[in-house]
Design a protein around this ligand. Sequence first.
Ligand code: UTP
Length: 479
Amino acid sequence: MSLPSPLCVLLRRAGQEHLIEHAEQLSTTERATFLEQLQSIDWDLVAQLWRTRDVLTAVNAFEARSPRMLLRLPGNDAERTHWQAARATGEEALRAGRVAVVVVAGGQGTRLGISFPKGLLPIGALSQQTLFARFFDQLKARQHRHGVTIPYAIMTSPATHAETLQALEEQNCFGLDRDNVWPFCQGCMPAVDADTGRALLAGPGQLALSPDGHGGILAAMAKAGLLEKMKSRGIDMLFYHQIDNPTTVVADPALLGWHLQTHAEMSTKVVAKRSAEEKMGVAVDLNGATQIIEYSDLPGELAALTDDRGRLRFWAGSTAIHVFQRAFLERALLDKQALPFHIARKAVPFWTADAGVVTPPMPNAFKFERFIFDVMPWSKAALIVEADRTAEFNPVKNNTGADSLETSQAAMMALHRSWLRAAGATIADDVPIEISPLVALSAEDLQGRIAPGTVIAQPTWLTPETIAQFPWFRPAPRS
Ligand code: UTP
């Protein structure tokens, strides 16, 4: 039995006849799995991406300006009052059940070099709590505070789906109501040989597939019926975050509030870039629209431009924390141009019958990915909001050095020490501290809860269960 003829027509048209020949070498069982993979791919699209691989979408970044709707961190009392008001607006929206949260957790964590989903990385230096567990605890605390259910949508990919589901099962959805935890799986794209455009195999009867980028979220949410589900529940805003930044303030009322007050369709948190060379997308206005341009599209001389006080002109690095209007995402889904594919040359291991699995030392293939921030220019109004980098942006990307587990854990402990100090405690910089989101979501939550004169000299992991061990910790005032 060979492949169904409509599929063969498609594959031939896309220059992938080697896959038809390969299918003929397979056993019936192997062929059935291979057929499923082949049918999940839009081969015309792959062919079109291959044909246009050298057509550069030139970004004339020399025209870039500061975003028109940009909110800096508050610098004086009047501004702090405005932020307080925005927070109140956001809290009201949360209380009204207008918000769902989505985390994108389908990445392969290649730079980190782990063989399990990043969400299962133990991020708590003392507790060994995983990234998932901390985010679920944040959401639990937020739900409790506002007396509301906030659904948590979790985007996985075939690379992370099974293990994520298993963890949800084993941990009983980390204590959140199962009906309001919505895992959904994104699609994949095949890697193609950089010289021939032919799809690579990862093994006999297996395409070399990888997740289609965080921009795959739109198609994946639509396929899973999540946008409709949100609509039917009266949810009109989606708070989006990534799995690898443990200090993200999930469902941040301030961001939600600013988003509402400015009638934005998409809002993004930015932080000051550490240097001109830091590889972060930056928020700018270009061609009449606010957008995030990739670091690779920002020429070095532009990235290095400074203002009269020596600060980077293009400083606003994206944290990939966004708020979307649901209706905006529904509109973007209908527009094929809203989320173009990006093409990257990568070293992709591949299999051949003669050589077995080959791990190339150099980039040998093209991978295709979509980026969610590409929808921003399609919004009627986009808001850029500055966040405090030390408090809110400490991702785990690399195995060692900057943005590693070590730097992220150290930043989280420094943040938690700063909360306790702001509440009156004395703590040396080398004392490990970890605070569960179920005890405090911010420094404000600890105000009035630490006995005067408290000195914390031992490693301290504050949870609802452990606080009784600490005589200096006072019960929360009754609200
Ligand atoms: P990154 O590209 O920074 O991280 O994705 P990664 O994919 O986990 O790691 P590398 O690049 O292979 O080293 C940023 C966020 O987007 C999610 C990731 O899970 C992370 O939360 N993501 C990325 C997806 O959900 N799907 C994708 O296809 C790509």
